[in-house]
Design a binder for this molecule. Sequence first.
Ligand code: BYC
Length: 470
Amino acid sequence: MSQVALDEKIPNNVNLSQDKRLQRALEKWQPAFLSWWREMGPDGFQAHEVYLRTAVSVDPKGWAQFGYVRMPEYRWGIFLADPIKDRTIGFGDDYGKPVWQEVPGEHRNALRRLIVTQGDTEPASVEQQRRLGATCPSLYDLRNLFQVNVEEGRHLWAMVYLLHSYFGRDGREEAEELLERRSGDRDKPRILSTFNEPCNDWLSFYMFTTFTDRDGKFQLLALAESSFDPLSRTCRFMLTEEAHHMFVGETGVGRILQRTAQLLREGKDPRQEGAIDLPMVQRYLNFWYTLSLDLFGGEISTNAANFFAAGLKGRAHEKNYEDHVARDGVYRMEVLEDGRLVEKEVPMRAAMNEVLRDSYVEDCEKVVKRWNKHLEGVGFELKLPSRRFHRRQGIFAGHHFDPEGRLITAGEFEARKHEWLPTEEDRAYLRSIMHRPVYTPGHFANWIAPPPRGINDQPVDFEYVRYNEA
Ligand code: BYC
C-alpha cells in the first residue's frame, strides 16, 4: 500500500508510513481486530451508516470530523497529543529528571502491565454494550452508543500502538490477547472486575458511561502524568474523547430524570406511565458507582506506591499538589480493625489509589448535584452512597455496610439489599419498557426526554443512523 493510502486508511501522527516495524505488527493485528469487531462489536448494526465523528489529526479542526460511516469501515487511527518541550518527570523518586522516550528496562514489566490493564477495558466495554442497539430509545441515542463504541475501539488501538512500538515480541503477544479475552467469560474474562458485569439496559449504559468512563478519565489523568512520554501523550489525547462518553452518560440519566420529574409534577405515577421511578434510578446509581469505585484498586496498595515511586503513574493534575515526591507524607483513612472503623495513618505513597479515588468522588458529587437540579420540587434527591458500601475490592470487600457507610451484618444487608441495589424485578421492568426500540428520527421512548439539541449542530430529528443497501 502507498504511504498516502496507508495514512488515509489509518489516520495517525506517529509516522506510520515510515515505520516498517509498526506496519508489520499491524498487518497481523488489524485483521484480527476487525474480526473481533464483527464478532463482538455492536450486534446487528455492522452494515448501517452511522453519523460518527472520526479523529484525523490532533488539532482542534481535525480531531472531530463528522460523516456517515459503516462501523467496520471506521478509520481507527493512532494519535499522540503534541509533545511538551523539555518535559521533566513530575513526581516520584526521579522528580525533575528528563522524561523517557523509551521504556527503562527496570520498569518494563510494570509499564506493560499498566498498559495492558488500561487496554483491556476498552474492548471489554464494547462487548458489554453490544446488544443495546436492539432496545435503543432513539436514533440520537443509538448514534451516541456507537460513537462511544468506536472510540473505545480507537483507545484499544492507542494501547496496542504502545505495545507494538515499545515492547517487542511480548508486546505483540499481549496485543493479541487483548482480542482474545471476553467480558464475562468464565475461562478468559476481562482483567478488571467491573468489565465483566453485564450492561444490558440503557439505564445501566448511562450509569456506566457516567461512572465507569469517569474512572477512565481519572486513570488516564494519572497515566498522562507518566514519565514514559509516549504513554503520557497517548492518554492526553484519549482524554479529549472520554469527555463525550461522560456527556452521553450524564445527559442520558439527566433526560430520564427530566421525564420522570415531569410526570411527578403532573401528579402521575411514573411506573404507570412506563417511565423509571426515582428509587430505581438510585439503585442503579448505587450499583454502577460502587463497582466503579472498585476500579481504583485497594486503599492501601504496594503496587500504587511502587508505580508512584518509579514515576509510572501519578495523581490527577499532579501539578496541583505541593509535594511531588511524597516520601514522608501520610494519609488519614478509616479502616476496619477488630470489627470497628478506626482512623489510621497510612504512608502517602501507599495511599495513592485512595488519593485518586478522592478526586473521582469529588467529580461524581458534582454530577449528582447537576442531576438533582432536574428534581427540584419533586421531594426526592439522588445521593452517592458511602465509598464503603457494596465494595468487592480493597479493605471493605467481604464486609457489609449500608449506603450511609455504617457497618452492618450480612443478615441485615441481605434483608435490605433490595432497597439499595437493582433487583430482578427492576431488571424485568426495564426490559418491559425497553423491549421495543425507537428507530424513527425525532421520536423518543416514553421513559426519556429528548435532548435539547442534536449532535454537531444537526437537528434532534436528524437521521443519525440509517440503512442503505448499496
Ligand atoms: N478488578 O494494589 P491493588 C477505562 C487487583 S477504565 C480486578 O489494590 P493496584 C474505561 C490488582 O490488579 C480505566 N482486579 O491495585 C472505562 C492486583 O493484582 P495482583 C482503566 C483488581 O494494582 C469505561 C490486586 O488486585 N485503567 O479506561 O494498585 C469504558 C491488588 O491490587 C481490581 C486502569 O485501570 C479490580 N477492580 O490498582 C472503557 C489504569 N483492583 O498484583 C474504558 C491501569 C485491583 O495481585 N491500571 N485488582 O495480581 C491500574 O492502574 C491498576 O491496575 C488498578 C489496580 C488501579 C486497576
